[in-house]
Design a protein around this ligand. Structure first.
Ligand SMILES: [Zn+2]
Length: 418
């Protein structure tokens, strides 16, 4: 059990860091092809690299792509323990502005409606976030309502940094070698595209989950279909039996995707198709459909459906070409983690030791851990504590910052004997 002194230290350390980090603008840009996708991610990366130095980490690198790495040497005598990797991401979602975030602490939350100083149009209620009912009596952090908060994932970063600070200050907290990595561009799906996998150990954890106690080690199997419709333009006055109107046919084709298999009509373990882009003219139309399911075989069926439908449309509209390319974006991490189950078991135990109920949850999306697990480095996702991510109503109880840090301390202790 951790002493009250250590717990208080973790709370203050993680909170102070969190309040500082969220004020640094790190929104990623899904329309950019550069790495990182936005230059401002370097600003936080630079600060993190210099703070890791103060915390006695070694081999610190802040590379040209925006990644930050650092190695924390083991406690004396534990140099041979299997190294443990801890990751969190630097960027925030481009879905909502993350510029000039002004964090507000709502002390001793009593279940009331939370109002936002810079946005009278929105209010945060227990209907929006039922977890708030469990957080009565705690301090809750929000933005002023004109931006997201950025707990996703600056909470994860603050928790990892606070844990390093505790390891430095309290020598009785034992740990093997720990490798830290902060990634750019997770929110635009490129968090591991330029990662230096040689720097990472065989087992890692991301701190990028949601409510306190949550542990995730299953994610979607994810595909992207890029569909190109090629038609033929003819003057509409002379078009009979000649014109092949690509954009109009594309809209008919896309309307045949089952409505009940859309994100807005599915939950829990149900998969979906999601039309995310459509553009075009009479001559050519292009659509992007992403396909998600926990079972790869269900996604195979969806892809077969799109393919067969394309063939049917080519038959129906003579001269039309429908070309579909499928890209496998990431796989369900469960299959890679199941073989190394101890990585999950130790995390469960650490969460219990921090006095929390474990909430096992399958991610309806992916994390940096999806790709890392596929690369042979099983990487479950531990809670960072934030709720209503990617929203102006995003919030986090300050206790979550402390609890996630406690989990990391217990986890490192458990790894000594793993
Ligand atoms: Zn995240």
């Amino acid at each position: 059990m951790l002493s009250e002194e250590i717990k208080e230290f973790l709370h203050e350390e993680a909170l102070n860091r969190f309040l500082r980090y969220v004020q640094i603008w790190t929104t990623s840009d899904d329309h950019s092809n550069s790495n990182p996708s936005s230059q401002n991610q370097f600003d936080l990366g630079k600060i993190l690299a210099s703070e890791l130095m103060e915390l006695n980490l070694e081999n610190i690198v802040h590379d040209e792509y925006g990644y930050v790495y650092g190695d924390l040497p083991a406690s004396t005598g534990l140099e041979e323990v299997k190294p443990l990797g801890l990751l969190a991401h630097i960027d925030t979602s481009p879905a909502v502005s993350g510029k000039n975030v002004k964090p507000v602490i709502h002390k001793n939350y009593d279940g009331r409606v939370i109002e936002f100083a810079s946005n009278p149009d929105i209010r945060l209620t227990t209907e929006d976030s039922p977890n708030l009912k469990k957080y009565i009596g705690l301090d809750i952090v929000t933005s002023e309502g004109d931006t997201l908060l950025g707990a996703d994932d600056k909470a994860g970063i603050a928790e990892i940094m606070a844990t390093c600070a505790a390891w430095k200050k309290f020598s009785e907290l034992k740990h093997g070698p720990v490798i830290i990595c902060f990634t750019p561009d997770e929110e635009v799906g490129r968090g591991t595209s330029k990662i230096d996998r040689k720097r990472l150990p065989d087992f890692c954890y991301t701190l990028d989950g949601s409510e306190m106690g949550e542990l995730e080690f299953e994610c979607f199997d994810a595909w992207k279909a890029t569909i190109k419709f090629t038609g033929l333009s003819v003057h509409p006055g002379h078009a009979k039996n000649l014109l092949i109107n690509a954009i109009h046919i594309a809209s008919r084709y896309l309307s045949e995707i089952p409505d009940y298999e859309s994100p807005e009509h599915t939950e829990e373990r149900e998969g979906f198709y999601y039309l995310s882009e459509l553009s075009g003219t009479v001559e050519e139309a292009n659509a992007t459909v992403i396909i998600r399911d926990y079972e790869e075989k269900n996604n195979q069926k969806r892809m077969e459906y799109l393919q067969k439908l394309g063939e049917l449309y080519e038959f129906q509209y003579s001269g039309l070409k429908v070309n579909i390319e499928f890209l496998h974006q990431y796989r369900n991490m469960l299959q890679f983690i199941e073989a190394k189950k101890e990585v999950v078991d130790l995390a469960k135990k650490a969460i219990e030791m921090a006095g929390l109920d474990i909430k096992i949850h399958a991610i309806r999306g992916g994390t940096d851990g999806s790709k890392l697990s596929e690369m042979g480095k099983p990487t479950p996702n531990i809670f960072s504590g934030g709720l209503l991510f990617h929203s102006r109503k995003e919030h986090i109880p300050t206790l979550a910052l402390q609890k996630a840090s406690e989990v990391l301390i217990y986890l490192a202790e458990l790894w000594i004997f793993a």
